[in-house]
Design a protein around this ligand. Structure first.
Ligand code: B1M
Length: 210
């Protein structure tokens, strides 16, 4: 069994200590941080998601797994950098109203920060009017909207519509993402870009401002 399978097992059994140990061990063996993130942690969370769906794992366990993953992302953070040319651009990022998922959003935040952008992470369960207020307050160039539930995807459109109604739409580029989001959905709701993962989000954000 390689370390990636063991990481999935540790996530499924909500064993944060073991997961941290495995991540540190993989790093000591020169496994690239991106592989640990994608092949170990994110793949492991997909299995957690399947077990959640089939009723084999319950919400408190999923929360413990999410916490364990978050701790390991902190370890990987300094090693996942996507250096430069974000030119200090101001970004507002949040997860839409009704949606409490934040691990993916936090990864996008981390990648944007390491690309040199000034990121204002406004959190989870964020109503359209809060996005609008934050864009008004700051000299924001990019708005990043995350959603993980099919039921909260329509809130992405409502957020964009609120920015249009507030007369702010032309001032900002809007980037959307999250597991159920697709390029065609992004086009349909009038976003400027869609990214399937945090690394792509950072590259796209840079290209949108340059
Ligand atoms: Co939830 N959940 N959850 N959950 N949860 C999913 C999303 C689900 C797919 C699980 C499943 O059933 N298989 C399912 C959604 C089904 C659907 O909508 N069709 C689901 C459900 C149903 C629910 C509840 C409704 C369960 C319930 O209460 N009965 C409930 C809803 C609560 C709410 O939000 N109102 C719920 C609750 C929770 C917890 C709170 C327990 C916990 C979240 C904890 C937290 O985030 N702090 C949780 C978790 C952990 C998951 C799974 C297992 C893992 C999500 C995750 O963090 N993945 C998830 C199953 C899965 O996704 N496989 C599931 C790792 C993360 C790195 O990936 O967030 O996709 P992800 O981010 C990726 C990309 O999507 C992208 O970059 C990241 C990778 O680099 N990305 C962006 C994300 N945002 C982006 C923004 C961008 C660009 C890229 O630009 C702006």
């Amino acid at each position: 069994m390689n370390d990636f399978h063991a990481m999935t097992d540790a996530l499924v059994s909500c064993d944060g200590g073991r997961l941290t140990e495995l991540v540190n061990h993989a790093l000591a063996e020169d496994t690239p941080a991106g592989d640990i993130l994608n092949k170990g942690l994110i793949s492991g969370m997909d299995v957690v998601g399947e077990k959640m769906e089939s009723g084999e794992m319950f919400i408190p366990e999923v929360l413990m797994a999410a916490q364990a993953m978050g701790n390991c992302v902190e370890i990987l953070k300094p090693l996942l950098g996507d250096e430069g040319s974000g030119s200090g651009a101001s970004v507002v990022i949040g997860t839409v109203k009704g949606d409490l998922h934040d691990i993916g959003k936090n990864l996008v935040t981390m990648m944007l920060e390491s690309a040199g952008m000034e990121v204002h992470d406004i959190g989870i369960d964020i109503a359209p009017e809060v996005f609008v207020d934050r864009v008004r307050e700051k000299n924001v160039r990019i708005v990043c909207i995350s959603a993980l539930l099919t039921t909260t995807m329509p809130m992405m459109k409502q957020t964009i519509d609120a920015l249009v109604e507030a007369g702010l739409r032309d001032r900002v580029k809007i980037l959307v993402g999250g597991a159920p989001v697709t390029q065609s959905f992004a086009d349909e709701i009038g976003a400027d870009g869609f990214a399937a993962d945090a690394g792509t989000a950072s590259k796209l954000a840079k290209s949108l401002i340059n």
